[in-house]
Design a protein around this ligand. Structure first.
Ligand SMILES: Nc1ncnc2c1ncn2[C@@H]1O[C@H](COP(=O)(O)OP(=O)(O)OP(=O)(O)O)[C@@H](O)[C@H]1O
Ligand SMILES: [Mg+2]
Length: 261
């Protein structure tokens, strides 16, 4: 069974078909890019996959469950438990600092943990901006706070809508490297992008046009790009450290040390 399956999905606004008979399967652990011109339906599709909107027609199966038929409350739970969202608009809370914005997402799991939130900010290169408000951060920095917030609950699926739209090349590379690590940890990634360089690092790219899925390209070089030989030694070290940390965290969680409630 695929982790995600869209079956003949339509989203219709008046006489506009924002999605027009889209069928798609995504397997667990896959890394998929979504491209297409402005207005082609990319965000509409992400909103539906992310349980923020429902299709007009068709089925959306997540882990075999038809989410197009679930109640709003149940969709909120599915989103909280399985999905990490990185939006095209940032949706940061203006009066909370960067680290507090990251902790908001932990709050819904009733486990606010400032240390873990700070680690997530460090992972996106923002340790020194933790106490800044969104209005005191650049667009690229705000984007990275969103990414930290999406990572915090270790979601099964990360949905990212233009995650590098506001970033310069150095920051774009930080985000791509983060995605690579998440992929290696088994996270399923679905990434909307206009940037061919961001799209090309995925295993598969699908292209939307006027709401229709018009093309699908498989990245034949994916394994080579991601083999350890292709990676700089430093990244390997970071990953080893990360793996150790995850183990530590698992151990402390199972002993209940971190639960504050
Ligand atoms: N709530 C709505 N009511 C009416 N039309 C809508 C609504 N939401 C989206 N649309 C239309 O649906 C189409 C697809 O929009 P969508 O936001 O999915 O495009 P997109 O591919 O994400 O574009 P972009 O690259 O500019 O973000 C557009 O023509 C848009 O105007
Ligand atoms: Mg969009």
């Amino acid at each position: 069974m695929s982790l995600l399956e869209l079956k003949n999905v339509y989203k219709i606004y008046g006489d506009l078909h924002a999605l027009d008979d889209v069928s798609l399967k995504v397997e667990k652990g896959e890394w998929v890019s979504i491209m297409g011109p402005s207005g082609s339906g990319k965000s509409t599709m992400m909103n539906i996959i992310g349980c923020m909107d429902k299709p007009s027609l068709g089925q959306v199966l997540l882990d075999g469950m038809d989410i197009s038929k679930e109640s709003d409350k149940s969709l909120t739970n599915i989103r909280r438990d399985k999905i990490g969202l990185i939006f095209q608009q940032f949706h940061l809370v203006n009066y909370l600092t960067a680290v507090e914005n990251v902790m908001v997402s932990q709050y819904y799991h009733s486990m606010p943990d400032e240390k873990e939130a700070l680690e997530a900010l460090e992972r996106v290169g923002l340790a020194d901006r933790a106490k800044h408000l969104p209005s005191q951060l650049s667009g690229g920095e705000q984007q990275r706070v969103c990414i930290a917030r999406a990572l915090i609950n270790h979601p099964e699926i990360i949905l990212a809508d233009e995650p590098t739209g506001n970033l310069d090349e150095a920051n774009e590379n930080i985000v791509i490297e983060l995605f690579r690590q998440l992929h290696n940890e088994g996270t399923t990634l679905i990434v909307v992008t206009h940037d061919p360089e961001v799209a090309e690092v995925a295993q598969r790219t699908i292209v939307l046009d006027h709401g229709k899925l018009v093309r699908e390209d498989i990245n034949e070089n994916f394994e080579a790009q991601n083999s350890s030989a292709a990676k700089p030694a430093e990244n390997k070290k970071t990953e080893e450290k990360k793996a150790e940390k995850t183990e530590e965290k698992k151990a402390s969680k199972s002993t209940g040390k971190k639960k504050k409630k």
